[in-house]
Ligand binder design. Sequence first.
Ligand SMILES: C[S@@+](CC[C@H](N)C(=O)[O-])C[C@H]1O[C@@H](n2cnc3c(N)ncnc32)[C@H](O)[C@@H]1O
Length: 421
Amino acid sequence: MFSLAVDLTDVPVLAVGGGPVSARRVHAFLAAGAAVTVVAPTLCPALQPLPLGVRWHARGVAPEDLDGVRLVHTATGDPEIDRKVVEMAGERGIWCVNASASAEGTAVVPARASVPTPTGEVTVAVSSADPVRSVEIRNRISHDLRTEPTGLRPRRPHGGWVALVGGGPGDAELLTSRALTLLHSADVVVIDRLAPHSVLQTLDPDVLVIDVGKVPGRHAVPQHEINRLIVEHAHAGRGVVRLKGGDPYVLGRGEEERLACVAAGVEVEVVPGISSALAVPAAAGIPVTHRGISRGFTVVTGHDQIPQLPADTGHTLVILMGVAQLRDTATRLIALGRSADCPVAVVERGCTPQQRVTVAPLARIAGVAAARGVESPAVIVVGDVVRLGPDWAAGLAQCDELDHDRHDELDVLGIDLKASA
Ligand SMILES: C[S@@+](CC[C@H](N)C(=O)[O-])C[C@H]1O[C@@H](n2cnc3c(N)ncnc32)[C@H](O)[C@@H]1O
């Protein structure tokens, strides 16, 4: 076989067979702009309704179906019919793919993928005698192209740019394709503490990395200084990725940075990321909504808005930056009507190998968290959905072993401990 890429725009293509394999190829031929006709007695659900522009003859294949056709694909599920179709196509000098026995056809469709790279979209196409192996190799190459340094970083002749990129909750596997493309195009990466630092290893060595995250013993770089840095590098003609934790627009000051770029006349793009508000509960096995249990959720910080929150335990609260105020938050939620038994989970360092989940009823969560030395970063989930997580039952049993928690419980419930002692 000689590998070739062909232009199928408006080319008449005949697909013989109406099953799932044929359906997949029909959609691919259509995406390439071909004029597709299907011949098959019946169609599988993937071809119903018939995609726009496809003609269907509801019967078995006949020789006249090949008239005027320039490419045939046969996948009838019957090797005899497929062989016959290949033969009829051969007699007319038409390329024919035989899906049931690729070696018997006169054309093959390789395992394909389109991969975005800094210099544009690349098509990876792999064919070998073993189609399963071809798919594995295609996946491997596509993955490497997405995640490894490619040396494809384009030098832009025009001015600099800034991309405010959501890096997700900390696992580099949760970066979007767009995030990786821009990272591998950047001259400068300005990174937050909770962004996925492991992706930095995939950057070219001459990329300037500036860590603006707060680490113990060092203050975070102030916001106005971050704004100044990204604008300054862009004005110097560099491509800047501002890699932020989670999503730039979820409690992440993303809009402030975008406005600073706009005010300075810098081209800026915002790339959404997977917010820890959703990803971290999910990583702990807690769905923020679940039919029959919770129909909605609210994302808040630990500091404010508590009086406005629904008290119903069926409404899930997702609290970010809330560890330091956990006791105060729990006390106020109970005072404002949320049940003291409402389940709570605190998920530390979610989506990382160090993830740890602490659970307790609302009245006892502050004590249990203190006893276990819970620290930021953590996402706090308050609501009946917490019971669905795998840690609830065992965690609840552990609460009872912690004696001093009972004092915490009384404390949160507003009972004067000195008086009761
Ligand atoms: C300044 S907010 C930024 C939120 C971010 N923009 C997002 O969408 O995820 C930082 C807070 O997000 C939460 N957080 C972020 N990543 C986390 C992780 N991997 N595990 C637990 N909490 C995380 C913590 O509550 C942390 O204090």
